[in-house]
Design a binder for this molecule. Structure first.
Ligand code: UDP
Length: 466
């Protein structure tokens, strides 16, 4: 009997990309493809400690995990702003291992790799294995990366300090709303030699080498940007929001698989019980994702803003997310005890889907945003880096799904935005968030855009390897 295609998926070894690509892997497994999921040893060890990944993949006879070292010392932080060191280590140390892996064991018929891992395209092309590019950041940011050479050519980059409200014209399709402050934060360095600017300048290099580009979004959300992108990258598969896509497929198959957890930290599920006892849409969920780091002053501004807003809140304070002292300030202890609940890591998808949650104070990471959009939860955005600056701009200016608090970390502003989302402008926001949530859900149902793009992706993988 003919073997189904065997796809090797190589994600970026970080929480957000991992969440999205594990969902993609399960979706492909459910369609009968065989999957090898490639993890770094570091991520693998953390997943084994904190997630239920082993139980999950055992439910699929055709899903296995392989591991490789990331080349960094064990005590390297691998978080915050050190992501380029991780990429660089993978780029310089992994190619021979990756090649060996593709050429040994059960033959690999197709690769899906994050475009940041450029060497995977070299290796796959060299040995003649079809490769698809997967990106788990926002299409808007990817489009800005694609446009970096234009911005440099038009002398809109570099800039340093000065007026961050100057409009940027060199990213086609975004002329109406893009300001300097909405570009990825590394653009503010004033230096074309900035490692991130150098790193992301060649983003379009893989387009001709890849069979297609897989994005975690849905057409109805990102239509104008996707149409720009298709002018230089015609074969795009928009199959998101991936977390909800997988849930929809599992529900359709009445699958008994256990609940998801791909967490690199221990999930504190007690917050779900706490949420159960809170009134409908009364809780503001606060999380800055897996990489962002806040300093002590910022932490205090958020804490005062939250308590002063008088709203209930559930706050994820990752053990490594705050620099300096983060003990509860005396003047805030009563308000925190009465209305707040703090955990080190939450089962976020379940939290955002909980009826008690009425708003989300987020760093605007792309996975978090898609999870919020799908559940119809309005957002207050406080972007940290990479795609988050443009994501938060889109939330307020284009999608009307919440507020952008970019570059402001002031307790009175935080308090006011929270009151707006949870009380004053709740009704106005709920119209647009409900509308977008419905579009997201529709895209995943039979005949919907993401549903159809996934079918096409699976078909294209099968055709490529025939
Ligand atoms: N997340 C989680 N629990 C938390 C905080 C975050 O499960 O307490 C998940 C969240 O659901 C999302 C991912 O971690 O899928 C974070 O990815 P995102 O792209 O939002 O931000 P990043 O961490 O990459 O900055």
């Amino acid at each position: 009997m003919e073997q189904p295609p065997h796809v090797l998926i190589f994600p970026l070894p970080m929480q957000g990309p991992l969440n999205a690509t594990l969902k993609l892997a399960e979706l492909l497994c459910l369609s009968g493809l065989h999957i090898t999921f490639l993890l770094t040893d570091h991520i693998h060890a953390r997943l084994l400690r904190h997630s239920n990944i082993l139980t999950r993949i055992q439910s699929y006879p055709s899903f296995r995990i392989r591991t490789i070292p990331d080349g960094l010392p064990e005590n390297h932080p691998r978080g915050g702003d050190s992501y380029l060191e991780l990429f660089e280590s993978l780029r310089t140390k992994t190619p021979p291992l990756f090649k060996q892996l593709l050429q040994s064991g059960t033959p690999i018929s197709c690769v899906i790799a994050d475009g940041v891992l450029g060497f995977t395209f070299d290796v796959a092309n060299e040995i003649g294995i079809p490769i698809f590019d997967v990106r788990t950041l926002s299409p808007a940011c990817l489009w800005i990366f694609f446009s970096l050479p234009n911005l440099i050519h038009s002398r809109e980059l570099p800039f340093e300090g000065g007026d961050l409200d100057v409009m940027v014209k060199g990213v086609s399709g975004m002329e109406r709303y893009l300001r300097r402050r909405d570009l990825p934060s590394f653009c503010r360095s004033g230096d074309l030699d900035n490692p991130s600017i150098r790193f992301y300048q060649t983003e379009t290099i893989h387009n001709p080498r890849a069979c297609g580009l897989i994005l975690n979004t849905f057409e109805e959300l990102d239509a104008p940007i996707l149409s720009e992108m298709r002018s230089i990258c015609p074969n795009i598969y928009t199959i998101g929001p991936l977390h909800a896509h997988l849930k929809a497929k599992l529900a359709a198959a009445s699958s008994p698989l256990p609940a998801f957890s791909n967490s690199l930290w221990e999930e504190d599920r007690s917050c779900l019980t706490w949420l159960d006892s809170q009134p409908l849409k009364s809780v503001l969920y606060v999380s800055f994702g897996s990489l962002a780091i806040v300093n002590k002053d910022q932490l205090m501004e958020f804490w005062h803003g939250l308590v002063n807003s008088g709203q209930r809140f559930l706050w994820v304070m990752r053990p490594d997310s705050a620099v300096g002292e983060s003990r509860i300030p005396v003047e805030l202890s009563q308000g925190t005890k009465e209305r707040g609940y703090i955990v080190g890591w939450a089962p976020q998808e379940e939290v955002l889907a909980h009826p008690a949650v009425g708003g989300f104070l987020t760093h605007s990471g792309w996975n978090s945003m898609l999870e919020s959009i799908h559940e119809g939860v309005p957002m207050i955005c406080w972007p940290y880096f990479v795609d988050q600056q443009i994501n938060s701009r889109l939330v307020e200016e284009e999608w009307k799904l919440g507020f952008d608090m970019k570059d402001i970390c002031d307790r009175s502003v935080i308090e006011e935005r929270i009151r707006n989302v949870m009380e004053k402008r709740k009704d106005e926001l709920s119209k647009s968030v409900d509308h977008m949530a419905n579009l997201a859900k529709r895209s995943l149902s039979e005949g919907g855009s993401s549903y159809s793009h996934l079918e096409r992706l699976i078909q294209d993988i099968k055709t490529r390897v025939d």
